[in-house]
Design a protein. Structure first.
Length: 259
């Protein structure tokens, strides 16, 4: 399917690996020029080179912490008028309610709520003026069904979801859509970190921790960054202009809900 995106420009955050890279690769395959961001300059440059080689699009790598003012300013300086924005940032650490201080919650809110909001506020006026734009926020299945050990993520990402619910309806008339993709467990560093936590806590091999989690997923496997990226690219496409303010699960059926 031709997504109708050739020649457009996207900012993709946390794109050096994992789900962010999956989104960047899928957009590049559709002919989108990219500005990609991550904290690690070496991995980011390697990803940029690989995407350029594979897809023949322009890729600008901007290393920095997107959760800081300086990091966001650098990305927006490299791409002040994107057609597409993919918000993404690593999730806060797992734990239980008694583990977290106010500072932990502020850090989680900065990374997973306030940063994507700041980027949306920066790019939405231009998108609306041009009459076209796509924003996809990578959140979590936990906004549909909270995960007890991910309380910091539950709180921050649910706050972002509330912001998107109202804002998406205000900008849709200008040809701009905002939607959220809610990943379950995927073959990424985040998934590995969670499995290592279970392995350490319960004293079981890492392979057993993963097998136990896979058994809870109706698809009986982890998702891949590639299939996640293709879903993101479709939401960014010219065919998705009537999808507004939605929270779309990509979790292999793990969230047992009808709505």
């Amino acid at each position: 399917m031709d997504l109708g995106l050739r020649g457009k420009t996207a900012i993709v955050c946390a794109a050096s690996k994992g789900l962010g890279r999956g989104c960047a690769e899928a957009l590049a395959e559709a002919g989108v020029d990219l500005v990609i961001n991550a904290r690690g300059a070496e991995d980011l440059e390697a990803t940029a080179a690989a995407i350029r080689s594979a897809h023949g699009v322009q890729v600008t790598a901007v290393a920095g912490d997107i959760t800081t003012d300086a990091g966001r300013d650098a990305v927006l300086a490299a791409c002040p008028s994107p057609d597409i924005l993919v918000n993404n940032a690593g999730g806060p650490p797992p734990g239980i309610w008694s583990d977290w201080s106010r500072d932990d919650f502020i850090k989680a809110l900065d990374g997973n709520m306030l940063t994507p909001i700041a980027l949306m506020q920066a790019v939405l006026p231009g998108m609306m003026e041009r009459g076209w734009g796509r924003i996809v926020n990578i959140t979590s299945q936990s906004v549909k069904a909270p995960i007890p050990q991910l309380g910091l993520s539950n709180a921050a990402r649910t706050g972002l979801t509330g912001f998107v619910a109202g804002t998406s309806r205000q900008v849709a008339g200008s040809g701009v859509t905002i939607n959220n993709l809610l990943p379950g467990i995927h073959d990424t560093d985040r998934g590995l970190t969670l499995d290592r936590g279970v392995s350490a806590k319960e004293g079981i091999p890492l392979e057993d921790a993963r097998a136990r989690r896979e058994a809870t997923i109706p698809a009986r496997r982890y998702g891949t960054p590639e299939e996640f990226g293709q879903a993101c690219a479709f939401l960014c496409s010219t065919h998705a202009g009537f999808i507004v303010g939605q929270n779309i699960l990509l979790d292999g059926g793990a969230t047992n809900a009808t709505i």
